[in-house]
Each structure stands twice: as C-alpha cells, then as structure tokens.
Design a protein around this ligand. Structure first.
Ligand code: PGA
Length: 255
C-alpha cells in the first residue's frame, strides 16, 4: 500500500509574516492526520525559520531546488548538506518552471537527483508535457523520455525512495486540471515504465503525485485513481482552507 503524499509548492510566494500565519493554521488543523504524508516547500531563505515552526509536527519541510555539487564556487546555489542542516527532508527537482525558465535539462535533473539521494533527502521529481505536446499526441513519449533521462542509472533502492510528480504544464497555474482519466492514463504509463526500467516490485512502491491546478473541488476523484498517490499543490497550498481541505479529503480516501 502506498501512503498518499500531499506537498505544497509555495514557489516564490509569501513573506515571513504571511507564511507564519499559514503555518499556524495548518499545524492547528492537520495535527491529527496520520493517514497522509504532508509537506510544505517554501522559498529557500525561509527554510531555516520554518523548520523551527514545524519541529515536532506532522508537516515535513521541503526545498524547491538544490544544486548537485557538495560545496564550492557556485554563486546563488545551495547544497544538499545545507538543506539537511536546516531540517529539510524533501526537495523538488526538475519542476517545469525550472526546466522552462532556467533551462534545466533531464541530465541536470539526473545529476541533482543522484546527489539528493546520496545525501538521504527525498526527491520529488517533476515531469509533464506542454499543451502543444499533448495536442500532438506526444504526451506519453515526452513524459517517458523525461523519466528515462531524469531517472537514468538509479539503483533499485534509490528509485524506491524517489517521489515522482506528473504535472502537465498546461494545467499548472491555469485552473485547468487534467481529468482523473487523463491523469490516471499517464500515471499508469509511468508505473509501467518504472517496471521495465527498474522492477515491477519497485514500480509498485513508487509514489507518483499529480500536480496542476489541484484544488479542493475535484481532488477526491483525482486522488482515488489507482495510480495517483497524492498531489503537488501550487496555488491552493498558499490558502490555508484550501490546502487543509485537500489533505482532509485525501485522508478519507480508501484504496
Ligand atoms: P498549481 O501548481 O497547483 O498552482 O497549478 C502546481 C505546481 O506547479 O507544482
């Protein structure tokens, strides 16, 4: 059985005071939930402060990016050891915004992924097609190629510890969620690919989140799909009532 995992990707949003208000509400409302793994991924500058706020709670802390090298002359970057040092457990890798705006390739995501796993952090590796690619019926080809490139050379153990997030680019921040059937089709295909690349047993254990305009409305249908194991939530994770509702609905799902 895979435990559902809901993570909030705050992106470049919220300042100190608004994030503290949000966290206070989340901690207050979610304390009793143990059926779902929960995480928030704030901007890097606030990770250290937020780790203190979340200490002892059931809400894990994640970063939105990391660099692959252990230390050195890499202006503007942070290392896995730094993330661990401030209390992070998760790190998002290869988000479509990093791929599209900052030019991250599958090869770079793969390099970062290996560093993250070696450090003992849990990666959330994002894949997903653009609208143009979906309309050209290339979704499975594009997502398959991103998976093969990003996950190349991982050991079975490391693959098992990796979380994937299928995020169709056309659904991110647009209010257009993939239908449960559209998402399930891609999730099932990713799991088949993992069975081929790694092993059927490993494929059954990997958590594959869905992301792209996840909102309280409709989330139960998405999360009830057999191959969808949680959500990577952007906009709705900035609103306490919405993020709480998503997690409360997830906690009621029986598969
Ligand atoms: P969204 O973002 O929920 O605002 O669409 C999801 C993501 O980019 O991870």
């Amino acid at each position: 059985m895979r435990k559902l995992f809901i993570a909030g990707n705050w992106k470049m949003n919220l300042l100190r005071s608004s994030s503290q208000e949000l966290l206070a509400k989340l901690k207050g409302s979610l304390a009793a939930i143990d059926q779902v793994d929960i995480a928030v991924c704030p901007p890097a500058v606030y990770l250290s402060d937020i780790a203190q706020v979340l200490a002892g709670s059931n809400i894990g802390l994640g970063a939105q990016n990391v660099y692959s090298q252990p230390e050195g002359a890499f202006t503007g970057e942070v290392s896995c050891a730094m993330l661990l040092d401030v209390g992070c457990r998760y790190v998002i890798l290869g988000h479509s915004e990093r791929r599209a705006i900052f030019g991250e390739t599958d090869a770079l995501v793969n390099e970062k992924l290996k560093a993250v796993l070696a450090a003992g952090l849990t990666p959330i590796v994002c894949v997903g097609e653009t609208l143009q690619e979906r309309e050209a019926a290339r979704t499975l080809e594009v997502v398959g190629s991103q998976c093969r490139g990003s996950l190349a050379g991982l050991s079975l153990d490391h693959m098992e510890q990796t979380v994937l997030a299928y995020e169709p680019v056309w659904a991110i921040g647009t209010g257009k969620t993939a239908t449960p059937a559209q998402a399930e089709e891609v999730h099932a295909e990713i799991r088949n690919l993992l069975a081929t690349m790694f092993s059927p047993a490993v494929a059954q254990k990997v958590i594959i989140q869905y992301g792209g305009s996840v909102k309280p409305d409709g989330v139960a249908d998405i999360l009830s799909q057999p191959n969808i194991d949680g959500g990577l939530v952007g906009g709705a994770s900035l609103k306490a009532d919405q993020f709480i509702s998503i997690i409360e609905q997830a906690a009621k799902i029986k598969k």
